[in-house]
Each structure stands twice: as structure tokens, then as C-alpha cells.
Design a protein around this ligand. Structure first.
Ligand code: CA
Ligand code: CA
Length: 264
């Protein structure tokens, strides 16, 4: 509670001080993070060499003051028909082209939503536009949120032009490691094994999807400074259970007719 109060106080001091010079890094974009368009299984797309500041962005969006969308990374993909989709993220250590060392060690968590952020030529969405703040105030209470990002439910955000909001409709989520309870009950979706890797399979209808990924160490948000963490991710279309069932049924029919032929 005390930490939360200190953090809120700091946040508003920084907000007041920085209102006229908000950093562009808070804008939501998919540059280099589009898994592409999938037309059917099997298919797979992997994106490597992304980095995230801090190890807490995803889990911070599970609490009552929501989360800051610039400590999560946005990815996208498109399905042309319904599919079972496996989404995986894992740590990655690498050195950038500028020579900066990006650590392994993230405990990844992600949420998937139907919907996309504003794309060019529209202005990019970010937490501190008047429209985004109005959306939060209408739903979450005036001035009580850290940002627009929400890990476990639908959320909306918009740009400086206040274009009709980008709506992210929650589908599901998963995070690495043991179940986390920072005082408000167990956060659902833990994979039970802290191996710096997490995945989930989701049955999705055709459409455009956004994935938001970040760290799942709730305490890391209170650290004095935040490391950069490397990340790799994969979206793969997997055969649906019905496909396996039809395949097995088909094999069964072949077996049945073969045995009938033998008897005749
Ligand atoms: Ca929060
Ligand atoms: Ca894991």
C-alpha cells in the first residue's frame, strides 16, 4: 500500500512536470512486430530481437490502477478464417547493432485481444492523450490510473486527434512462473514453471489481433532503474482438435472398408 502511494505521488509529480514533453516512446506501434496474415494451418511466424524496458509491464496491467502501455510491446497478426493459434514468448539475450547488450531473464506475460491500435495515416495511440484519459476517467475513476493498458479485460485508447477509440477486446492471457498474488488474490494464467518462456493456445475467429507482452515480476516496477530485456515470440496455427478427430475418423473408415473388402 505504502509503495503504491509513493509510486502514485511520484507519478503525478512526473505527470505534472512532463505534460508538455511526453516521450514518443509511449505511442503504440507494431513496427517490426507484425507476425503477418495466416490463411490456414500449419503455419508459423517468429519475431526475434525485440526488447522491453523492465520486467513488470504485463503484470502491472492486472491491478486496480491499470498499466502503462509503454512498458509492454505490441505485436499483431491477422487470420483469414477461424483457427487454433499457439502463441509463445521467451527470453532472448542479444547485442543490438548499436552494440548495446540486451539481457535475457524476462519472465514473460502476454494478453491477446481482437482489434488493432490506430495505424498510419492516423496518429498513434498513447496513454496521455486527452481522449485516452477521458476513456479511463469514464471507466476507472478520475486520475486513478497509471495508463490505459489492462491485462485481463477489454480496454480502449486513442490518439491526439481523438479519433474513434481503438478497442482491444480481451481473448485470453498467460504468464511465466508460479501463480502471483501481490495482495489482491491470485492472478490467473500462470504456467507454473518459471523457465522464462510462456505459451498458450487460443481458438480464434477470423480478424485482426493484437498481443501485448511484458514482464510478470510485480515487484520490479518499484526498482530504482529498469533493465532492458530481450524477447522472441512465435505465432503458429495448429490443427484444430476437430481436424484430428476427422483424420482419425477417416482412418477408421478406411480401416472399416478395408476389413469389409477382405470379408467380401
Ligand atoms: Ca498498475
Ligand atoms: Ca514458463
Amino acid at each position: 500500500m505504502k509503495e503504491t502511494f509513493v509510486k502514485s505521488t511520484l507519478k503525478y509529480a512526473l505527470l505534472l512536470a512532463g505534460l508538455t514533453s511526453l516521450p514518443a516512446m509511449a505511442h503504440i506501434g507494431y513496427g517490426g512486430r507484425d507476425f503477418g496474415t495466416f490463411t490456414g494451418a500449419p503455419a508459423s511466424s517468429t519475431i526475434t530481437n525485440q526488447s522491453i524496458s523492465g520486467n513488470y509491464g504485463w503484470i502491472d496491467g492486472t491491478d486496480s490502477d491499470w498499466g502503462d502501455s509503454h512498458v509492454v510491446k505490441a505485436y499483431r497478426f491477422t487470420l483469414t478464417s477461424d483457427a487454433d493459434v499457439k502463441i509463445s514468448f521467451q527470453e532472448q539475450a542479444y547485442v543490438t547493432s548499436a552494440g548495446a547488450s540486451i539481457s535475457a531473464g524476462i519472465l514473460p506475460g502476454f494478453s491477446i485481444y481482437k482489434g488493432l491500435a490506430h495505424l498510419a495515416p492516423f496518429g498513434a495511440d498513447f496513454d496521455s492523450t486527452p481522449g485516452s484519459i477521458a476513456i479511463r476517467d469514464a471507466v476507472g475513476g478520475v486520475g486513478l490510473t497509471e495508463g490505459s493498458f489492462r491485462s485481463l479485460t477489454d480496454w480502449s485508447i486513442t490518439n491526439t486527434a481523438n479519433d474513434p477509440a481503438s478497442v482491444f477486446t480481451y481473448v485470453g492471457s498467460a504468464y511465466d512462473g508460479s501463480p502471483v498474488d501481490y495482495g489482491t488474490g491470485v492472478i490467473p494464467g500462470a504456467d507454473g514453471l518459471a523457465d522464462h518462456s510462456v505459451s498458450g493456445v487460443f481458438h480464434l475467429t477470423a480478424g485482426d489481433y493484437s498481443i501485448f507482452v511484458g514482464g510478470s515480476d510485480y515487484a520490479d516496477q518499484f526498482a530504482a532503474s529498469h533493465l532492458a530485456y530481450g524477447l522472441a515470440g512465435t505465432v503458429a496455427l495448429v490443427p484444430e482438435p476437430e481436424t484430428y478427430a476427422m483424420l482419425l475418423a477417416g482412418l477408421g473408415l478406411i480401416g472399416f472398408s478395408a476389413s469389409r473388402r477382405r470379408k467380401l
